[in-house]
Design a protein around this ligand. Sequence first.
Ligand SMILES: CC(C)(COP(=O)(O)OP(=O)(O)OC[C@H]1O[C@@H](n2cnc3c(N)ncnc32)[C@H](O)[C@@H]1OP(=O)(O)O)[C@@H](O)C(=O)NCCC(=O)NCCS
Length: 412
Amino acid sequence: MTFDIRPATAQEMGQLGLMGAYSYGGAFGDGPNNKVATGTRPEWTLCAFDPERIQADGQATMATSFSAFPFTTRVNGRGVAMAGISTVGTRPEYRRRGLVRQIITRAFAQQRERGQSVAGLWASQAAIYQRYGFAPAGGLREYNVDTSDINLLDQGEEPIVQRFDGVEALDAVRQIYKEFIAQRTGYLHRSKSLWLNNVLAPPTEDGPVYVAVVGSQTAPTGYLVYTLRAHRVAHKSRGQEIRVRDFAWLDKTAYTALWRYLARHDLVGRVVWNTAPVDDPAPDIFVEPRMLHTHDLEGTWWRLVDAPAALAQRGYDVEGSLVLRIAEDDLAPWNVGSWRVEYGPEGAEVITTHGAADVTVSIRALSSLYSGHSSARHLANARLIDVTDETALARFDQMLRTRFAPHCPDHY
Ligand SMILES: CC(C)(COP(=O)(O)OP(=O)(O)OC[C@H]1O[C@@H](n2cnc3c(N)ncnc32)[C@H](O)[C@@H]1OP(=O)(O)O)[C@@H](O)C(=O)NCCC(=O)NCCS
């Protein structure tokens, strides 16, 4: 059977919505106009259609849905164009025929042409994407803490913290977020619609969306986006629950002020923040860190689509030069070869070379190192990369380190 692989038309977006409804079990809505369909544009999709199975309205049946948001992400202080893959699903009757493999092969070539050197996604199952070279790019940390257990080592200053309703504080919040993510890795440049559809999305069963802002509206230094709801905790006097949706700060004073703000919610028996970065400093400032009830979860996955371009675009903290070899890449053959990377805080240049390689890596290992999720030392200890000698390993290890642990709090 031959399938047509092409973007969906505007008229076919209802089918995309229904594919998403089925694949995700209704998590984003059931009807054809659910969040899956309305949050995506036809030109961002690449789907498979069965031309022999025509529906009542004359449309060919969508067998596989696939889309990629044109995002920009941060990588150690620099912006990198990223394809945010989403809406991946094949109707059960067409599964295991290689449709996703065909689509992803074509999508990588398109993404490279569009200058998207990295692909990112949230995996429903790691097994689906590891075979395509995707590697973890950070984690999610969950805290689950009773407000009566929020006691900090350092009481510090008491700046003003003011509460606003939902989008009322959007300008202040955007300003802080932009500065907060500048040196970090994995965070997305959030468009206004991403703010409105994700972090500030209208009330859910968790309660209305509130925003606490530290400092003045013109010079804010931190914020917390959260919901608050009663009857969530089995506690005689503190039955309310706060769910933190987003938390950003520019200095320690703002960070501690926001935890103290949470602590003053005497009727709240549980604060849940399940999108914290793994290097979040709460355990360093809590008197009893174990009362955070920390739990680590999987985060996003990245794959270098255009490895030389991605390496040239990312930020580096040290200066140096290294030749790395990518021996094979079936899905993105343009990555194969030896690449000399001249890197430094001012930028990087990547050129093809016939010189001897210092390091040989798989595309999956390089994708994991690129975000700073793994270190070269760790992968070399596990014999997952080949390094000529100890000096090359030390250089490679330093080269790809990131200032912060990679992290993406936005689900897409
Ligand atoms: C995952 C899914 C999209 C795969 O679609 P598909 O068209 O069957 O994919 P393919 O036939 O191209 O399979 C791709 C590869 O992944 C493997 N694979 C597919 N689903 C898998 C699974 N659940 N676990 C392990 N391996 C899987 C296949 O064996 C195949 O391997 P190969 O390319 O080495 O031969 C489909 O099963 C689906 O819709 N699942 C439910 C929704 C979902 O999980 N979507 C992903 C959201 S992030």
